[in-house]
Structures are given as structure tokens and as C-alpha cells.
Design a protein around this ligand. Structure first.
Ligand code: URQ
Ligand code: ZN
Ligand code: ZN
Length: 487
């Protein structure tokens, strides 16, 4: 199978050029002007369009068992929806139940993902700590291509871990050459605020943001940043939603600390007025954590992307239909948390970002693909249009328009938080694994064709500080040379 993408502008994070792109099998073979189409090659006319690296969504939860139900989107329908929107790789989450070992959870998620039609890889969550967990982190890193481990600082009495686990797990990540990631919200404070709100008789979705104010996020982010700094490990903060959290990341990065931030497309556009409509179902459809914030936070999030304080965009695609959300009809803490976004992330970022002058086309490529590939060590295999890279490509039509709606989207959920938004700048053609899988508005995908993409660990980098104070282990007593004074 071979595909020639002709007549487009190739946009990488660091360069834009008029060039054709020739793919053979699963790989990009050539990038350059006026390439010849070998016999039998499928030719895609990219005149007037951009040819960009397929999007990478570093935060999805396909068919996640959560809060007493299971997310409605599965690995087949979810990766298909991603391909329709220009996303050619997802990083999903293996989340062991607290009494489940990581390798057992790994087997479960791997089985679920066999139906994927788009490529996938996994973060693995550390939801408890023991010698076995520590050992199995090594097996996952060394034998399964896992180079990132997630830690939920929220969801008390479920998947939340305390600071002692953060300390030991971050140290283990450093040892393995993996990066720790965190859902940064203070789960203890959330738990108490939830109780207070319920005791006050405030049971509707309007209570959700009141139980998770920005400080709940920024305090936890600062705490995780501090622990990472003590250990000497890098840190990746998922779904940064608040101005104060951006500031905490910016302060750490200004000192040279390796902290990365991820921003959801939803948090860039949607504000907390969705919780004050008086329409229970409308508000419940928008219950996710961290919650949508007052509009002022959005400027800080856009600035964080343009300035490089935060590096990636994602969707935290975690879908629940309204009848699932109704589990929380009388108690907002029972509303399954999550919203969709995988199909629309890139169009929203182009239409609201590039077209409104907040991002350049190259920055768009950086925050939808290249930066994520670099942070999770799969660059330039992914995140770049170049010979030798995977043939995972989006032909991006900057003038194309569509109106986003749950009535027409490919996502398997009855909600679209961008409902009614008309976007300019859309994915026109998707190439995945060297095959044209989306064109002329039609998907041409194959259940099970998606491939697992292993991510190599980083060479362990030890700082003298870390060696000297191996956090989590009894630190060696540093004996000052005793000075003998002869009497
Ligand atoms: O917290 C997460 O990232 C998962 C459980 C999805 N739900 C959510 O509200 N973000
Ligand atoms: Zn989260
Ligand atoms: Zn999530």
C-alpha cells in the first residue's frame, strides 16, 4: 500500500515547507517537492491544505469502569472518532483497582484495546503501594514499553494515593527512566467540601465546582511539584484548569525543574456557567474534574500554551450518557465525572487558537502532537512529518467548516460539550498506519487494526542530590570527617 499526498504545505513544530509526502507501508518514505507517484499509489490532493503529524491525545479513558458504571465509548468507537478528527494516537490509562496489581490491570486493558482501529498506548496508574507494585512498575517499563505512571491525588476512598506513595513512586519512576504524572486535586479537601455541601442540602450539579475550587488544584499541583523536586524526577501535570496551577508550573520551570503541563480543549472554551443553567441534565453533562472554571482562567490557559509554560493539549475523553449521569440525581457526588472531546480537540484548537491569533500553525502542531511525542519519548517516530516517521498524518483544511453536534459526531455518547460550535479549520483526510482511514467525511476503519505503540524509557539521569538522598530509602548517614585534635 502506498499513498502520495501532493500539493500541500507540510507543517512541523519547527518548520513549514511546500512539499509532497510519500508513504509506503506504515512509514513516511519521502518528503519533498514534486514527488513522483509510483504505479498503484493512492494520490491525495492536498492543494490549499496543511499536511501535519497526526494528533496525539495523551489523555483518554475508553470504556473506563468508574463511579459504579463504565464509560460508554470503547476502544473501537473512541479511536474511530479520534481518526475522524485527525488524532492518530491515544494515550489511555490502565487504572488498577486499589486491590489489583498493575500487571493484572494491564492484561485487562490490553484485552479491551484489541478492538481499537486507531493506534494506542498506555499510562499506568499507581493506585496503591507495595513491593509488588514497585517490582511490576519495572516489568511494565522494561518489557511493555510503559514510560509514564499516573497518580490520582483526588477520588478519596477510591483511586486516590497519599503523599507517601507519591514520594516512593516518583523515586521509582526516576530509577526506571519513566515520568510520573498526576491528577492534581486535594482529594481530602474535596471530600470534606462535598460533605459540607450535601449537609447544607446542596445536592445538584451546581455544587460540583463549589467542592473543587481552583485552590484545590493548585495546592495539589504545588505539592506534587515539590515532591518531584525533592526526588529529582520530572513531572507531568494532567488537565491543568486553573490560572494558579499555571503559575505554580511556571515558577517551577523558571528554576529549571522539569515540569510539564497538559490542557484540555474543553477547559479552553467552556466556563462554569454551565453549572448554573437550572437545567439539571445540561449541568450534569458537564460534570468532570477538574470542573469548568470562571472565564478568566481561560486566558491563562491559552497564554500557557502560547508561552510554552504548558506543552500539550488533550481531552480526558471519558464518556457517560445522561442515564448514567442520572445516578447522581439526588447527590452530585454520584454523577460520573467525565466529558467527551477526542473528535473535536484539534478543530477547536485551530478554530479558536490559530484563527484567532493565539497559536501559530507550528505551535498548533507542537501542542497537538510534537510536544507530547517528545515528552513521552516517541519523537520523531510520532509528532513529525519526516522520512522514517510513522505514516500517521492529518491533511488539515484550514478553510473547511463544520458545526459540532452530538447529532452528527462519531463519539459514542449523547453529549457534546462543544454543541453548536461552528469551527473553521478541520481534518480533511487521515492516514493511519499508511492507510487512508478518513476522507470526504467518511471513516474507512477496521476493527482491531489499531496497534499498541511501546514507549522507551529515558536513560536514568541521576543528579548528585538524588544519589545522595535516595528519597524513600534510609538516607546514608553523611559522616563529616571527624577532626582529631591531639590533646
Ligand atoms: O479524573 C479523570 O481524569 C478521569 C477519572 C475522568 N474524569 C474526569 O472527570 N476527568
Ligand atoms: Zn483526572
Ligand atoms: Zn483522566
Amino acid at each position: 500500500m502506498s499513498v502520495l499526498i501532493r500539493g500541500g504545505q507540510v507543517v512541523n513544530a519547527d518548520q513549514t515547507e511546500r512539499a509532497d509526502v510519500y508513504c509506503e507501508g506504515s512509514t513516511i518514505k519521502a518528503v519533498g517537492p514534486d514527488l513522483e507517484a509510483p504505479a498503484g499509489a493512492q494520490v491525495i490532493d492536498a492543494g490549499g491544505a496543511y499536511v501535519i503529524p497526526g494528533g496525539i491525545d495523551p489523555h483518554t479513558h475508553m470504556q473506563l469502569p468508574f463511579m459504579g458504571t463504565v464509560a460508554s465509548e470503547d476502544f473501537f468507537t473512541g479511536t474511530a472518532a479520534g481518526l475522524a478528527g485527525g488524532t492518530t494516537l491515544i494515550i489511555d490509562f490502565v487504572i488498577p483497582a486499589p486491590d489489583q496489581l498493575p500487571l493484572d490491570a494491564w492484561a485487562q486493558w490490553t484485552d479491551w484495546a484489541q478492538k481499537a482501529c486507531g493506534d494506542y498506548t498506555f499510562h499506568v496508574a499507581v493506585t496503591s503501594w507495595s513491593d509488588r507494585v514497585e517490582e511490576q512498575m519495572g516489568v511494565l517499563a522494561r518489557e511493555h514499553g510503559v514510560n509514564s505512571f499516573k497518580h490520582f491525588m483526588a477520588y478519596k476512598n477510591a483511586i486516590m494515593v497519599e503523599d507517601d506513595v507519591l514520594l516512593q513512586s516518583f523515586r521509582r519512576c526516576l530509577e526506571l527512566g519513566a515520568i510520573p504524572t498526576v491528577h492534581a486535586e486535594n482529594g481530602d479537601v474535596v471530600f470534606l467540601l462535598q460533605k459540607a455541601l450535601l449537609n447544607a442540602g446542596i445536592t445538584g450539579p451546581e455544587a460540583h465546582p463549589l467542592s473543587r475550587p481552583p485552590e484545590v488544584e493548585s495546592e495539589a499541583a504545588h505539592r506534587a511539584i515539590t515532591i518531584a523536586q525533592m526526588v529529582g524526577s520530572p513531572l507531568y501535570v494532567v488537565h491543568v484548569s486553573a490560572k494558579e496551577t499555571v503559575e505554580a508550573i511556571g515558577r517551577a520551570r523558571a528554576t529549571g525543574q522539569r515540569v510539564f503541563g497538559e490542557i484540555l480543549a474543553q477547559h479552553l472554551l467552556i466556563d462554569d456557567s454551565v453549572y448554573r443553567t437550572g437545567d439539571w441534565e445540561h449541568s450534569a453533562r458537564h460534570v468532570m474534574s477538574p470542573p469548568f472554571r470562571p472565564k478568566a482562567h481561560q486566558d491563562a490557559l491559552w497564554a500557557a500554551l502560547a508561552s510554552g509554560t504548558c506543552q500539550t493539549t488533550a481531552t480526558d475523553h471519558c464518556c457517560f450518557n445522561i442515564e448514567q449521569k442520572l445516578a447522581g440525581k439526588d447527590n452530585f457526588t454520584m454523577i460520573p465525572n467525565g466529558t467527551p472531546g477526542i473528535e473535536d480537540r484539534m478543530a477547536v484548537l485551530w478554530s479558536e487558537g490559530v484563527r484567532k491569533g493565539r497559536l501559530t500553525p507550528q505551535e498548533f502542531v507542537a501542542v497537538t502532537s510534537a510536544n507530547c511525542a517528545q515528552i513521552f519519548n516517541i519523537y520523531p517516530r510520532r509528532g513529525r512529518i519526516a522520512p522514517g516517521a510513522d505514516a500517521a498524518i492529518s491533511v488539515w483544511d484550514p478553510a473547511g467548516t463544520r458545526t459540532i453536534s452530538a447529532r452528527t459526531h462519531h463519539q459514542r455518547v449523547d453529549t457534546n460539550v462543544f454543541e453548536g460550535l461552528e469551527v473553521t479549520g478541520i481534518n480533511a483526510v487521515t492516514i493511519s498506519d499508511g492507510k487512508v482511514v478518513f476522507k470526504d467525511g467518511q471513516l474507512d476503519v477496521e476493527r482491531g487494526a489499531g496497534k499498541y505503540l511501546p514507549r522507551p524509557t529515558f536513560p536514568p539521569v541521576y543528579s548528585a542530590v538524588t544519589l545522595k538522598n535516595e528519597i524513600g530509602k534510609p538516607s546514608p548517614v553523611i559522616r563529616e570527617p571527624s577532626v582529631h585534635v591531639t590533646p
